[in-house]
Structures are given as C-alpha cells and as structure tokens.
Design a binder for this molecule. Structure first.
Ligand code: AMP
Length: 195
C-alpha cells in the first residue's frame, strides 16, 4: 500500500506518517530528509544538491527519481511507502506511477493536509523551540525566514500536483487543524480494506 502525504511544513505530516507506519507497517520516505542526510554524510550527491537546496530551488527530477527508486528497493519498503515531499512535479508523479506499476503496485491515496498559514508559523516555531530545549540543532529550514519561502514553494507544487491526483480520484483533502486522532481516522477510512 503506497500513500502520498502532502501538506506545508508544520501541517502534521510527520505525526500522521508515524501513525500509518505503525498501523500498516509502511515506511515514510521524505525526500527532504534523504537529501539532508546525503549532505550531512558529505556524499557526492549531497554536495551536488547543497547550493540548490540552500537557494530554495527544486532539485532536478532525475536526481530525485533515481534516489527514490533506489530507496524503494530496500527491504523496509516492501510493505509500502508513505511519500512525503514527493512528488513535487508532474514528471516526478509520472515516474512514480511507472515505478510502482513495474512492481504491480500503485498509489492508493493522496492526502492533502491544509492548515492556516499563521498557525503554520506557530507550529514550526514550536518545533524549533523544542529542538533547542532538547539540545538538538534547529533544522536550517525551520528558521522563520525560510519557513515563509517553504510555504510559498509548497503552494506552487501542490497547485501542480494535487489536480494530477484529483483527476485520478485519489485526492483526499483534510483540514489539518482537526485533532490528530480524527485526521488519522479519516485517512484510515479512505484506505482500501485490502492492501
Ligand atoms: P523538504 O524538507 O521536503 O521541504 O525539502 C527540502 C528541500 O529539498 C527542498 O526545498 C528542495 O530543494 C529539496 N527537495 C526535497 N524533495 C524534493 C523533490 N521531490 N523534488 C525536488 N526537490 C526536492
């Protein structure tokens, strides 16, 4: 079972992904996290994407698709994946469809979590404060000046990708302001009974 979670930073994607991972044995794959890990490890890929990410631009479709394809072949993805931050473009969505089809699989649901922009800032600020309190580094892109840009970027890419899935009858729009449990229940109710 493969699911896509869309939503701006702070919409609660991480929380919902964790619930789905535990309930269905799925694996959350965040392309942003994967790229940050490459950078932290100082790999060739990490070095290549560094300037692009810092400028707030999208990494090329080829790089993203290759990275996802490799990762999806690992054992922990066998039950299915929750895609987070991917696909961000139509070519990525097409490539994902083909990749899954080749394995006899498909996307069963695309969840778009909508949240009021002012609340998003509060949530992301809270996440940054919690990181500081726990003695952890604040994600560079959780800094307020960067959050505004990420929200803008999110709007651009969902404007492109959500109609793609809506026209395929896969899009579930939910109000991310609702309680965590209620959102989780709505998502589960929209999933097919069998994988
Ligand atoms: P995120 O944590 O999802 O906001 O991603 C952080 C940054 O990584 C983005 O601003 C992009 O530069 C890059 N990135 C992550 N996912 C993708 C993607 N699917 N396509 C292109 N670039 C991406």
């Amino acid at each position: 079972m493969n699911i896509i979670l869309m939503g701006p930073p702070g919409a609660g994607k991480g929380t919902q992904a964790k619930i789905l991972e535990e309930k269905y044995g799925l694996k959350q794959l965040s392309t942003g996290d994967m790229l940050r890990a490459e950078r932290a490890a100082g790999t060739e890929l990490g070095t290549r994407v560094q300037a692009i990410m810092d400028a707030g631009d999208l990494v090329s479709d080829d790089i993203i698709i290759e990275m996802i394809e490799k990762r999806m072949n690992e054992k922990d993805c066998a039950n299915g994946v929750i895609f987070d931050g991917f696909p961000r473009t139509i070519p990525q969505a097409d490539a994902l469809g083909l990749m899954l089809k080749a394995k006899g699989k498909s996307i069963v649901l695309v969840v778009d979590l909508a949240v009021d922009e002012n609340i998003l800032f509060e949530r992301v600020e809270k996440r940054a404060a919690e990181a500081v309190a726990a003695g952890q580094p604040v994600r560079n892109d959780d800094r307020p000046e960067v959050v505004a840009r990420r929200i803008r970027e999110y709007k651009t890419y969902t404007a492109e990708v959500s109609p793609y899935y809506e026209s395929r009858g896969l899009l579930l729009r939910l109000d991310g302001m609702q309680p965590i449990d209620l959102i989780a229940t709505r998502i589960q109710a929209a999933l097919p009974a069998k994988k």
